[in-house]
Ligand binder design. Structure first.
Ligand SMILES: C[S@@+](CC[C@H](N)C(=O)[O-])C[C@H]1O[C@@H](n2cnc3c(N)ncnc32)[C@H](O)[C@@H]1O
Length: 426
């Protein structure tokens, strides 16, 4: 039976939320906060949007014809300024839940459309060819025939990529491809559900030559095997703060270069003023050095990273710099409180699940400045609660929206604590 309801909020997945008379929440995909809508209930917790009777002033026409089918974007019906406000609130609420009342938002950044330089796409063989794209929210792959998010150079590869993957014996039904748009050109990590035959390698080599792709790596789909090089036409190279790094296939890269610059600027601005040349910054979850070389302009950097290939590429680039890189699984073997305590500052950029066991050592080490780069407000809330309990203040937070039209948001948070009082000698 159709019902009219008021939408009171936008949930973390981008669905409208209505409060029902029994206090339960009803999720309505496609509806926005403040709207009066007509819905058809699907089950006790969700409903299908039939029509918007009173639209939000923030509602806009989605810029992409695939919106609603393709699972890549969740909030194209919300204006970009309103999306940035909503993402800001998500981070602010996460910090409030951790105990920091009224966080000061120091700066906000939103990347422009058509600037995404890293993407992970699914590949499906179909009777009429190959589809390459993102999964529908609860369904199959939607062929990416247009995309307002991807950088044009990256999107331009897709037609030729469809053709070459269609011809591969290694692609039986399913595969995926991670593309990093590096300074040296597109870097592809292809995974397929069948083994790579010599004839496949020849086709990939020709594709790499014709598309000016320096490297195509391959591994079996569904595995985390070390990728093998399937085709190489030239060196792989990417500059981080002017230092050339050769990232491994599928390396973590910030999704846009402007977003990367905004994160670096916020992290550098957060460092203590009195750092001197002998101080060391401890950088945790350093990847291939996105932040490391920028930080090294301020002090020595001890950079810890768990992925062996990432840390190897970082290490190869450190000669002549003030960065020392060490491989460490920071869940199993965190940097201990005693070493943390001696650092001039701690900079951490943990994965989606947050800093886990490493956070306990940071809290115990009580460094004066902790700069936390977050990609998940829930994990940030958990980790920041430990800092609050230890007496830290939150100096400010920078909001970074570089996953345009998705529900993802990043933040750079600056935490400080006064030095521990010295014990008097009796
Ligand atoms: C969000 S990325 C940040 C990388 C880098 N700071 C950047 O901006 O490019 C998180 C990094 O944490 C690393 N990582 C994930 N789990 C880890 C662990 N248990 N120990 C150490 N590093 C880990 C990943 O390999 C990845 O490089």
């Amino acid at each position: 039976m159709n019902t009219e309801i008021d939408i009171s909020a936008l949930g973390v997945d981008g669905d409208g939320i209505a409060r029902m008379p029994d206090g339960e929440r009803l999720f309505v995909p496609g509806a926005l906060a403040g709207e009066h809508v007509s819905v058809q209930p699907v089950d006790a917790r969700s409903a299908h949007l039939l029509s918007v009777l009173r639209p939000s002033p923030d509602r806009v026409a989605p810029p992409c014809p695939l919106f609603g089918q393709c699972g890549g974007c969740a909030i194209q019906h919300l204006s970009l300024p309103a999306a940035l406000d909503w993402k800001t609130e998500t981070v602010v609420h996460a910090l409030e839940r951790a105990g920091f009342a009224d966080p000061i938002v120091t700066a906000r950044f939103q990347s422009p459309p058509a600037s995404r330089r890293r993407v992970d796409l699914a590949i499906r063989r179909r009777p009429d060819g190959v589809a390459i794209g993102l999964h529908a929210r609860r369904g199959d792959v939607v062929d990416l025939t247009t995309c307002p998010v991807l950088a044009p150079a990256l999107f331009a590869l897709l037609p030729a990529l469809r053709e070459v993957t269609r011809s591969l014996g290694a692609l039986r039904q399913n595969g995926d491809v991670l593309i990093n748009q590096l300074d040296s050109g597109p870097d592809l990590l292809l995974a397929t559900d069948g083994p790579l035959e010599p004839s496949d390698r020849a086709k990939l080599a020709e594709f790499a030559r014709s598309q000016r792709i320096p490297r195509i790596a391959w591994r079996r789909a569904g595995t985390t095997d070390t990728p093998e090089t399937a085709a190489q036409t030239g060196p792989v190279r990417h500059l981080f703060s002017g230092i050339a790094v050769a990232p491994p296939p599928g390396a973590f890269l910030q999704p846009s270069s402007a977003g990367e610059a905004a994160i670096i600027a916020a992290v550098l601005a957060a460092l203590p003023r009195k750092l001197n040349r002998r101080d060391a910054i401890i950088e945790l979850y350093a990847g291939c050095g996105t932040l490391s070389f920028a930080l090294s302009e301020k002090a020595r950097v001890l950079a810890f990273e768990g992925h062996p290939d990432a840390v190897a590429s970082l290490r190869r680039a450190t000669s002549g710099t003030r960065v020392v890189a060490e491989q460490r699984d920071l869940n199993r073997q965190p940097v201990m409180a005693r070493q943390i305590a001696e650092a001039g500052a701690i900079v951490l950029d943990p994965p989606y699940m947050g800093a886990g066991a490493q956070m306990a050592q940071i809290v115990e080490g009580r460094p004066q400045r902790v700069v936390y780069v977050s990609c998940n407000p829930q994990a940030l809330s958990r980790d920041a609660a430990g800092l609050k309990a230890a007496g830290y203040t939150l100096d400010g937070v920078t909001i970074i929206d570089q996953f345009l039209w998705s529900t993802e948001v990043e933040a750079v948070c600056v935490f400080s604590t006064p030095p521990a009082p010295r014990r008097r000698m009796r």
